[in-house]
Design a protein around this ligand. Structure first.
Ligand SMILES: NC(=O)c1ccc[n+]([C@@H]2O[C@H](COP(=O)([O-])OP(=O)(O)OC[C@H]3O[C@@H](n4cnc5c(N)ncnc54)[C@H](O)[C@@H]3O)[C@@H](O)[C@H]2O)c1
Ligand SMILES: [Zn+2]
Length: 367
């Protein structure tokens, strides 16, 4: 069983508490971890095909070693196939193998795998246990924790979904070795965001150890990812259903970030890249409102650039972006709730941001 030095957090939710484990080689412990989470029965491992077959095989072996009879399905997963059709394919596979209520679905891959396979688990037989094994940095520090699962419809992203908390989240940092560099940078945007909004020390660590962090080779790198994961876990525990004042802070940079994704066409900018530019726009707003000084804005820009993230956007207008913020499903029916910094590691929400301030700040991030 994993020693507790790898334990990032225990997430506490109305659907039960679960461990989030972050470390090197921890995939080998998946069996004992699942047992101590109270799981038995068979395992249905659904893996993103972009994972190396050896990594999937190792997970399969680790499950069998602990006595979980395991079936494996690998799928070519992407945002484009994060839909009902793929869900039906997985239901079909589960029904062929007569998957039962006591069996566990294991989702292995990026956030697409976690959301889609988690949605299958939420609905198959009205809900079976799911274990999340995120393999992208973005999924580790964000999507795998919190129980939000969903698929896309032609009408929009993540329109059909559920809250289905996992029984365990197991994050093997070694899986990141095969993650493409650009995806890695996108994940760092979310990880650094946690420092910016809630933890000045974490921000500091990201700033001072950028090379070490990006090589992922040291204990410090693992500890820092674990800390970023812990922040997401704490936020989810404090505000499970996004009704309070806490979980919304994770939306820092996302108002303009989502607008950039929507206007430039999904796929042009990775989500994390759009969020990086969105955080620059939000910092510009906070500076214009006198909440932070230019020094913090510069610091944020510098750290994002050190992690190869964009801080400006091309090919869109301020008008288009502002229009898109108004049609975002999160902002319908009322003033936009902006997440703004008050200082390093300190954030608040504000609804009273004048549109001309937004426009100026947005214009400043357009090339
Ligand atoms: N549920 C939530 O709370 C939540 C939060 C944020 C995002 N999301 C969702 O997460 C998704 C984005 O997640 P993502 O950024 O991980 O994207 P993704 O799942 O598409 O993964 C990014 C790319 O990396 C590949 N990949 C993943 N792990 C790999 C590895 N170890 N080695 C090689 N390649 C690997 C994938 O095949 C894909 O091409 C979106 O669908 C978004 O809606 C959900
Ligand atoms: Zn995000």
């Amino acid at each position: 069983m994993t020693t507790d030095e790898n334990l990032a957090a225990v997430v506490s939710t109305t659907q039960g508490d679960y461990r989030v484990v972050v470390g090197r080689g921890v995939i080998d412990d998946i069996g004992p971890e699942m047992k101590s989470a109270g799981l038995s029965g068979r395992a249905f491992l659904v893996a993103d095909v972009s994972m190396f077959p050896t990594a999937v095989h190792r997970t399969h072996e680790a499950l069998e070693r602990a006595g979980f009879v395991t079936n494996v399905m690998t799928l070519e997963l992407s945002e484009r196939v994060k839909n009902m059709e793929t869900v039906l394919d997985i239901y079909q596979w589960l029904s062929e193998h007569r998957a039962e209520r006591i069996d566990t679905v294991v989702a292995m891959g990026g956030g697409v795998a976690g959301d889609l396979v988690g949605f299958v688990a939420a609905t198959w037989l009205r809900g079976v246990p799911v274990v999340q094994v995120p393999t992208s940095l973005a999924a580790m520090v964000d999507a795998s924790i919190g129980g939000k699962v969903a698929v896309n419809l032609p009408a929009g992203k993540n329109l059909v979904g559920a809250f289905h908390q996992p029984k365990l989240v197991l994050q093997d940092v070694d899986h990141l070795k095969t993650l493409p560099a650009r995806e890695m940078a996108g994940g760092f945007a979310e990880a650094i965001k946690h420092g910016l909004i809630l933890d000045a020390d974490l921000l500091d660590t990201f700033e001072k150890n950028a090379d070490e962090m990006q090589s992922l080779e040291t204990d410090l790198a693992v500890r820092t990812i674990r800390r970023s994961v812990q922040i997401k876990a704490e936020v989810v525990s404090a505000d499970e259903f996004e009704r309070g004042e806490t979980r919304i802070l994770l939306n820092y940079g996302h108002t303009i970030g989502h607008a950039i994704e929507a206007v430039s066409g999904y796929g042009e900018y990775l989500h994390g890249e759009a969020v990086a530019v969105g955080m620059m726009a939000a910092a510009g707003i906070a500076q214009r409102l006198g909440m932070i000084d230019a020094e913090l804005v510069d610091r944020q820009r510098a750290v994002l650039q050190r992690y190869s993230l964009p801080v400006t956007v091309k090919g869109v207008t301020a008008e288009q972006l502002i229009e898109a913020t108004k049609t975002d499903k999160k902002n319908r029916g009322g003033n936009i709730r902006w997440v703004l910094l008050e200082g390093p590691g300190k954030s608040v929400t504000r609804r009273d941001v004048p549109e001309d301030v937004v426009r100026e700040a947005v214009e400043a991030v357009i090339e």
